[in-house]
Design a protein around this ligand. Structure first.
Ligand code: PEP
Ligand code: MN
Length: 342
């Protein structure tokens, strides 16, 4: 259920509606819009007595929300959510170019990569400090040391940084260092982690689980949004199919579908989908052409020496070329002639 307030409804009228919703035993969620305020209602199992709400001062309309992901749905908030990461915008026509190594390895190497990708047009730096590895014997990341390196890189370059929180235990630590907290594909249905992310004041990048439907993906996002954090970026990163020539199968069709159903920005990670660097650029181009709000790619100055995901990491030269090609696609899309990140 969604309450749409009059354009000129006062803050007091909005507060009265919220109080009434609480008195009915439900939770109100105020959603400020460009034109007017809307108030989402969650917590109801069945029908809500709309008569009681329709009569309140300032209420324009009470409409049912048909989707189970009520707050993440475009029905509730028709205009795009724009996530602002220290002045770098994602969504609403602004394209994010996120780049960096799979894992933070050394301070020197991370700084070299950051400066190079920044020169080529990256707007946000990525790098894992806590790595979810399939094998317990593989490099697990530098932990807090890695986060400290990312902080130094941000100070030196001004690039906002994104890194993954693996569990509820290290969430606060990661959150205290980074500008965007990443929740990885393996954790998309870690509901206690999602709830924790929902209470964070930092933007969250939620990656699609490898065998998750769009429905499940959006309900995972709903866990975060329903706790009060609307700064959620969805990341399509490929799903597992019978196709075995790539690491995963990039679900390009999910991009226009997600953009239709939700107001949250959608970015694409072609690196983990591909598993090999040769097809990362074509997949990134396909993602932007299909309407993605940005891409996140793994880049390394010497991929052959990378401690994780070297085969799918772009070289610095390939990254430069990718940005050049993506800009041409962005310019060719009349709906959104915007510069990356602006
Ligand atoms: C990553 O982006 O570092 C990562 C581990 O990706 P995913 O969770 O999509 O596998
Ligand atoms: Mn990786």
């Amino acid at each position: 259920m969604l309450i749409v307030m009059h354009k000129d409804a006062t803050p007091l009228q909005v507060a009265r509606v919220c109080e009434t919703i609480k008195a009915m035993g439900f939770s109100p969620h105020t959603i400020p819009g460009a034109q007017r305020v809307a108030i989402g209602i969650t917590g109801n199992k069945g029908a809500v007595d709309t008569g009681r709400l329709e009569g309140l001062a300032g209420v324009l309309n009470v409409i049912p929300v048909t989707q189970p992901y009520k707050l993440a749905s475009r029905e509730t908030k028709p205009e795009d959510t724009v996530v602002d990461v220290k002045g770098v915008k994602i969504g609403g026509g602004s394209i994010a170019i996120i780049a960096g190594p799979c894992a933070v390895e050394t301070a020197r190497r991370t700084m070299t990569i950051a400066r190079a990708v920044q020169r080529s047009g990256a707007t946000i730096m990525r790098g894992g400090a806590f790595k979810p590895r399939t094998s317990p014997y593989a490099f697990q990341g530098l932990g807090e040391t890695g986060l400290k390196i990312l902080k130094k890189v941000r100070r030196a370059t001004g690039l906002p940084v994104v890194s993954e929180a693996l569990d509820t235990d290290n969430f606060n630590l990661v959150e205290s260092y980074v500008d965007i907290v990443q929740i990885g594909a393996r954790n998309m249905q870690n509901y206690s982690l999602l709830k924790k992310a929902g209470k964070s004041s930092k933007p969250v990048m939620l990656k699609r689980g490898i065998s998750s439907t769009i429905h499940e993906f959006l309900l995972a996002a709903e866990y975060i949004v329903s706790e009060g954090n609307y700064q959620v970026i969805l990341c399509e990163r490929g799903i597992r199919t019978f196709s075995d020539h790539t690491r995963y199968t990039l679900d390009i069709s999910s991009i226009p579908e997600l953009k239709r159903i939700t107001h949250l920005p959608v970015i694409v990670d072609p690196s983990h989908a591909a598993g090999k660097r040769d097809i990362v650029i074509p997949l990134a181009k396909a993602a932007i052409a299909a309407g993605a709000d940005g891409v996140m790619v793994e880049v390394h100055d010497r991929p052959e020496e990378a401690l994780s995901d070297g085969p799918q990491s772009l070289t610095l030269g390939m990254f430069r070329e990718m940005v050049r090609e993506l800009k041409a696609i962005i310019r060719a899309q009349p709906r959104r002639r915007r510069r990356p990140g602006s």
